[in-house]
Design a protein around this ligand. Structure first.
Ligand SMILES: Nc1ncnc2c1ncn2[C@@H]1O[C@H](COP(=O)(O)OP(=O)(O)OP(=O)(O)O)[C@@H](O)[C@H]1O
Ligand SMILES: [Mg+2]
Length: 214
């Protein structure tokens, strides 16, 4: 697997469109034990990114992701702004000026994004957040790529893990974010951010299988 800046653009645009299209669904998920603003926050932020799309600096994948991260940080409200913005910034820092985004680079970008979220959110795997999808997704992607799977096959397998992991958050008690204020009552429903990330990953997988990478 080896992609280009255009492939990174395709993935970011897919994330943005999925966030806009799922505003209502993500909001409903967050309203079960959270305050219901997750869908709205994400949609408004990514809408801004799409509005300014043509003017984004696309000198290289790293610059593009860092610019996107800055817009996201400033435009997404609440907790999600810094968390998602940091993830894009960290991914951009790892991508740097590489013209070829290899499988190893993608995994390193995801790992750095995860570290950024942990630092920003003072959170970790097991707290019932989007990390409970992002980390097992990255682990599986890395395992598939290491065992010789091509990018499309690795992503398909990892997308399945993302969905299962999001569903598994239903059995967990929230330890971060507004949902944690409800204590034990947060058990029995999936985490909004975790399911949001899984839905977005599934959308990337769909686009990837049809449009492919260079
Ligand atoms: N500290 C955190 N670290 C990592 N992820 C978090 C953290 N807090 C919330 N999340 C994720 O963000 C999702 C909710 O996003 P949202 O923007 O609605 O934040 P919130 O917790 O409702 O706080 P606020 O309403 O103050 O923004 C959660 O479902 C969870 O996955
Ligand atoms: Mg919320």
């Amino acid at each position: 697997m080896s992609g280009s800046t255009q492939d990174v653009e395709l993935v970011v645009r897919t994330i943005a469109r999925a966030a806009v299209d799922n505003e209502r669904y993500f909001g409903e998920l967050d309203s079960v034990v959270g305050d219901g603003d997750f869908g709205y926050s994400l949609a408004r932020g990514f809408e801004k990114l799409l509005e300014g799309w043509d003017d984004l600096d696309r000198t290289d994948a790293g610059t593009f992701l860092k610019r996107a991260g800055m817009i996201i940080t400033s435009r997404i409200g609440g907790t999600s702004g810094p968390i998602w913005g940091t993830a894009f910034l960290r991914a951009g820092m790892t991508a740097g000026t590489a013209d070829a985004i290899t499988g190893d680079v993608v995994v390193a970008m995801l790992r750095n994004a995860v570290e950024g979220i942990k630092a920003r959110g003072q959170s970790d795997v097991g707290d019932k957040t989007l990390l409970d999808v992002l980390v097992p997704f990255t682990d599986r992607l890395e395992r598939e790529l290491r065992s010789g799977a091509d990018g499309a096959a690795a992503l398909a397998a990892a997308a399945g893990v993302a969905r299962e992991s999001a569903e598994a958050t239903s059995g967990m008690v929230a330890r971060r974010g507004r949902a944690s204020y409800t204590g034990d009552r947060s058990r029995g429903s999936v985490d909004a951010g975790a399911m949001g990330v899984a839905v977005i990953i599934e959308r990337i997988n769909q686009v990837w299988q049809t449009e492919g990478v260079s």
